[in-house]
Design a protein around this ligand. Structure first.
Ligand code: NAD
Length: 342
């Protein structure tokens, strides 16, 4: 029998870390993380044990192998990486699920101010799907994004709950900058991989995922910290009236796993709460949770992106029997409490 290996690219980032912890808790399999730590956090800070180290990788909790490297270098030299893993584990290894979270993401500032840096995702994804076709893992998860939706459906005067078929590959409409274009292209490659090469691939389109261990460049973390520090005024980017669909990370992970179970042809599924919440409303909820009342200062020179972005959740409900279960208030409380203790 072969030893099972899950691969989590970008496994030290926000979604990746949460996926690795889930796989550690719910499976008995080996997990390979490849992350260049350009944004991600070294596993030594979020996994329990001190690692054993081997020349190319660190080994945690007897099951997690970590390689700090640009994923593209690993994909290009994968046959020797695989041999090293087999030599280290003294077993034949079968790749089962691959979660491809490695990407240049960043917050709004990065997406708007460094569009060419974000376009590196096109290169990462092209190399990734070529690797998939060559090594044929059992199943592949590709995280697209709500940023792939046409921005023309997210304006002040024209917005609606975004539905999966608002993206039509026969009539492509402008998505959110290079980040959105990279995700659209990634989805297209995912479909080709599934349909032409008969490999099980699922795509997800998460909306605004948030959680207690998200980086400070994201708005929920940034606002939570302002409340923990009892700042006054509390800064908000733009008018604060722009809205998003916030979904807690545990819900994102749960829906991702279901999507991988139910979708194999490269199709995409929205992951959201289906609710529209403005940043001013987020501030109100934090006010209630923290008991701290403060003036709001609107920073109108900061980038804010589209005006309204929120999901239609029908497909996840019908196909996966899934809806988000952690309320916005409960999620924000978890974030606030984490930063209070930090
Ligand atoms: N967090 C969300 O709510 C959300 C929403 C929509 C889509 N997504 C998608 O999910 C994926 C993960 O998002 P995230 O929020 O965890 O982002 P993140 O920035 O926290 O994680 C990305 C990880 O990839 C790593 N990385 C970047 N370039 C790399 C490279 N060349 N080689 C190896 N590692 C590299 C980074 O160090 C980081 O750890 C991304 O594809 C993102 O577009 C996330």
């Amino acid at each position: 029998m072969r030893t099972k290996l899950h691969i989590v690219t970008g496994g030290c980032g926000f979604v990746g870390r949460n996926m690795v912890k889930y796989l550690l808790a719910k499976t008995v399999d080996y997990i390979l993380i490849v992350d260049d730590l350009s944004i991600g956090q070294n596993p030594i800070t979020w996994l329990e044990e001190t690692p054993q180290t081997k020349t190319q990788f660190s080994f945690y909790e007897d099951r997690v192998i970590f390689i700090q490297e640009d994923i593209r270098n690993i994909l290009r030299s994968y046959s020797s990486v695989h041999l090293n893993i087999e030599a280290f584990l003294k077993a034949k290894v079968q790749i089962v699920d691959v979660y491809h979270f490695a990407a240049v993401v960043g917050g709004r500032m990065k997406i708007e101010e460094e569009p060419l840096a974000v376009a590196i995702d096109l290169s990462i994804d092209a190399e990734f799907f070529n690797w998939v076709v060559k090594y044929k893992p059992k199943r592949v998860l590709y995280p697209s994004s709500s940023a792939a939706y046409p921005v023309s459906l997210q304006t002040e005067l024209n917005h609606r709950a975004l539905k999966e078929d608002d993206i039509n590959f026969d009539v492509i409409k402008n998505p959110d900058l290079t980040y959105g274009w990279a995700k659209l292209t990634g989805e297209y490659l995912a479909r080709l991989t599934a349909q032409k090469h008969k490999i099980h691939v699922a795509c997800i389109r998460p909306f605004s995922g948030f959680g207690a261990d998200q980086e400070a460049s994201y708005p929920i973390t940034a606002i939570a910290r302002r409340f923990v520090n009892k700042e006054s005024p509390i800064d908000v980017w733009g008018s604060g009236l722009q809205s998003r669909d916030f979904v807690y990370i545990d819900d994102v992970i749960e829906c991702t796993l279901k999507a991988l179970d139910f979708v194999s042809n490269g199709d995409a599924i929205n992951i959201g709460s289906g609710k529209q919440t403005s940043f001013l409303e987020i501030i109100n909820v934090f006010s209630k949770i923290s008991g701290h009342q403060a003036e709001v200062r609107r920073l109108v020179d900061k980038p804010v992106g589209v005006m309204h972005r929120y999901s239609n959740v029908q497909k996840a409900k019908e196909l996966l029997n899934w809806t988000s279960s952690i309320s916005l208030e409960d999620g924000l409380r978890l974030v606030f409490e984490k930063h209070l203790k930090a």
